[in-house]
Write a protein that binds this ligand. Structure first.
Ligand code: ZN
Length: 81
């Protein structure tokens, strides 16, 4: 979905921002505050999209770590003794 990209830098990477009192009107509309990982601009996203983006970026970080760990493991495993 196009709307999931940052309106300032078009980056798809977001994390959910800390809630502030002024966010309440947005929460009531079903939106969550998010912060762009690239340009750090604060914006609002539909809660479902925001949670999905948050999960996806977390998964990406975990995948990277898992892959990294696996590579290291495979490296030791396949290294000639
Ligand atoms: Zn941005």
């Amino acid at each position: 979905m196009k709307t999931s990209n940052c309106r300032y830098c078009a980056s798809p990477g977001f994390r959910i921002s800390k809630l502030r009192p002024k966010d309440w009107p947005h929460l009531l509309l079903g939106n969550l505050p998010v912060r762009c990982r690239q340009c750090k601009q604060r914006d609002y996203r539909n809660a479902l999209i925001a949670l999905k983006l948050n999960r996806e970026s977390k998964n990406r970080e975990r995948d990277w770590r898992l892959r990294h760990a696996k590579d290291k493991h495979a490296g030791t495993r396949h290294s000639p003794a």
